[in-house]
Design a binder for this molecule. Structure first.
Ligand SMILES: [Zn+2]
Length: 199
C-alpha cells in the first residue's frame, strides 16, 4: 500500500510547502505525479532544476532574472529616477503587466514581521539603500496592504528620509486590504500607483 510509505510522505511534505497547497491537494498532486507516465514527472523535476540553475537575483533590484543586471535595470528607456519597492517578484510582475509604470523596481523578498523573526537584515533593504543616489527622485513603496506591508513602508520612509532626504511615497489603497498586489486588476494597480501619497 502506497500510503504511509516514507517516499510518498516525503513527496507530499515537499508539495505542501508550496504556497496555496494544502494536505489534500498535495496528496492529489503526488498521486498524479506517481501515476502519470514517468517522463511527465521527470520533465517537471528537470524544469525545476534548470530554472533554479539559470535564474538568479538581479544584483541591482534583487528581482529574479536570467541575466544580470535584469532587462528592466539595463533598459535605457526606463526612468532610472523612480524605484518602486515591492515585497515579492509577483508584485513587480503585476505592476509590469498593468503597463502604466516606466520606472525601476526593488524586490525586498518579504516584509518586516517581528513575530516571525523577520527584521531589516532578512530583507533586501541594504541593497535598496545602496541604490539611492542623487539621480533617484522618488521611492514608491508598493508593499502589500497588510500590517507587515504597512510596517515595512513606515520603516523605509523613516530610514530613507533620515539618510537621504529622497521623497518616499506610498501607493493609494485601491489595492484590497490584507492582500498582495498580484490579486489586484490592472486598472486598480494603475490607479493605486497614480494616486500615491507622500509618506
Ligand atoms: Zn534588476
Amino acid at each position: 500500500m502506497l500510503f504511509n510509505t516514507p517516499a510518498f510522505e516525503q513527496l507530499v511534505d515537499a508539495l505542501r510547502r508550496l504556497p496555496g497547497v494544502g494536505k489534500r491537494s498535495a496528496e492529489r498532486l503526488a498521486l498524479h505525479l506517481l501515476s502519470a507516465p514517468g517522463e511527465e514527472a521527470l520533465s517537471l523535476s528537470e524544469a525545476i532544476v534548470e530554472a533554479r540553475r539559470r535564474i538568479t537575483r538581479c544584483s541591482q533590484c534583487c528581482n529574479l532574472t536570467d541575466r544580470d543586471p535584469c532587462a528592466i535595470c539595463a533598459h535605457p528607456g526606463r526612468d532610472h529616477g523612480l524605484i518602486c519597492v515591492v515585497e515579492h517578484p509577483s508584485g513587480a510582475m503585476a505592476i509590469e503587466k498593468a503597463g502604466a509604470y516606466k520606472g525601476l523596481y526593488h524586490v525586498l523578498h518579504g516584509a518586516l514581521s517581528p513575530l516571525e523573526g523577520i527584521g531589516p537584515d532578512e530583507l533586501a533593504i541594504d541593497a535598496l539603500l545602496r541604490r539611492i543616489s542623487g539621480t533617484v527622485r522618488e521611492i514608491i513603496v508598493a508593499t502589500n496592504a497588510t500590517a507587515e506591508g504597512e510596517a515595512t513602508a513606515l520603516y523605509l520612509s523613516r530610514v530613507i528620509g533620515q539618510r537621504f532626504g529622497t521623497a518616499v511615497t506610498r501607493i493609494a489603497h485601491g489595492v484590497p486590504m490584507g492582500s498582495g498586489l498580484e490579486y489586484a486588476d490592472d486598472a486598480t494597480l494603475a490607479h493605486a500607483l497614480e494616486g500615491r501619497k507622500q509618506l
